[in-house]
Design a protein around this ligand. Structure first.
Ligand code: F6R
Length: 361
């Protein structure tokens, strides 16, 4: 990572003071983040009940919202290079018009009570699509029970966005039972060891000097993070944005190269650019053209920004690369919440909106 700000920030030591976490993180999100590798391992063993054998589909649709949709993004990222069947992530009510009985629908909702995902599951049933539910309970679990839909039951009690491992790994098994082989066993093992290493390196006990997530959070500080990824890391850039929004309660922008070179790049001439941090998500396999574009981006807009930081994927396989970067984003948004003095766990406005929507039913 290249952090280009070395000012003597009075908050510099804040993240290395162990007492800050007791005060600022009362729900102990740090324990959930530290347990991410264990979560991934447990999740890889979770299978649908009753067991499924699904005919090879024309399209895979992962229907979910927020944290429960980003597992679909990871799946699509892993599948893009390997499958001849598209994986489409559907965020919203119902299903796209094209969805029919030759398509596999996975309804993903950690709580099981997200109305958009429930409506997607209903649409799948009424159109005769093979359907699998991935949830910890709620109305989606009830619907699965009543209608005989195979269901992967996830351990409950987490915030959905903290359940990325639980939500993601079972998708690989579901696709496998539809004759779609997204990852090899060795690649899953590599992903486990990459997230193992990160859990140690990014833990609060690791001082800022050697803790990449703390350094990234400090570099972002009070600025507004603008996170750009490339062809592989683009969907993870979006995940960084949502983690920054929900955990650190900050606005964040996400974009993808090369597309942003054709539009958003121009917005950096606005005075607001001085308050923005450019966060570049790099990947060893991004290719020469994309690497050049990242370099040019630094030159053309980096000097006008509040700061420029880079983070990179780890590992060889796509699954390890995407998970490592998503994990770094989770920790970075966590430390930013601590720095800014906000509770990383609770999402009161999001909860209020869900409650108000329910009360009108
Ligand atoms: C909250 C979070 C949200 C939820 C979303 C959908 O931690 O990440 O983005 O994921 O509101 O809820 P679920 O995942 O329960 O279907």
């Amino acid at each position: 990572m290249g952090v280009e700000r070395t000012t003597h920030d009075p908050r510099a030591l804040k993240l290395d003071d162990p007492t800050i976490y007791e005060r600022a993180d009362v729900h102990r999100m740090r324990d959930v983040l530290t347990g991410f590798p264990a979560q991934c391992r447990t999740a890889a063993e979770l299978v649908p009940i009753p067991a499924v054998t699904i005919p090879r589909p024309r399209v895979v649709l992962v229907a979910g919202m927020g944290g429960s949709a980003s597992s679909g993004d990871l799946l699509a990222g892993c599948a893009a290079e390997r499958l001849d069947v598209p994986v489409i992530v559907h965020r919203g009510y119902g299903l796209p018009t094209m969805a029919g009985e030759r398509d596999l629908v996975i309804a993903s909702s950690y709580s099981g009570d997200t109305v958009e995902s429930l409506s997607a599951a209903e649409a799948a049933l009424s159109r005769g699509c093979p359907l699998v539910a991935v949830t910890s309970g709620g109305r989606l679990a009830a619907l699965a029970r009543e209608r005989g839909v195979p269901r992967v039951t996830l351990p409950a009690g987490l915030m959905p966005r903290m359940a990325l491992g639980y939500l993601f790994f079972p998708l690989l098994g579901i696709l496998k039972s539809a004759d779609l082989h997204v990852v090899k066993a060795a690649e899953i093992d590599e992903a486990f060891s990459v997230v193992d290493a990160l859990a140690g390196e990014l833990h609060p006990a690791r001082p800022t000097a050697t803790n990449e997530a703390k350094r990234l959070a400090r570099a972002i500080g009070d600025s507004l993070p603008v996170v750009y990824g490339g062809p592989i890391t683009g969907t993870v850039a979006y995940r960084w944005k949502t983690d920054l929004e929900e955990n650190a309660k900050t606005f964040a922008v996400a974009g993808v190269l090369p597309e942003m070179n054709h539009n958003e790049i121009e917005a950096w001439s606005a005075p607001l650019a001085r308050q923005l941090s450019l966060v570049l998500l790099r990947d060893g396999e991004e290719g020469r053209e994309i690497a050049r574009r990242f370099g040019l981006l630094r030159e053309l807009i980096g000097s006008g920004a509040a700061g420029v930081v880079e983070a990179s994927t780890r590992g060889d396989s796509v699954i390890a690369r995407l998970l490592s970067l998503a994990s770094l984003g989770q920790w970075t948004s966590y430390y930013l919440a601590i720095l800014r003095g906000v509770d990383p766990w609770s999402v009161p406005v999001l909860d209020a909106l869900k409650g108000r929507m329910r009360s009108h039913h």
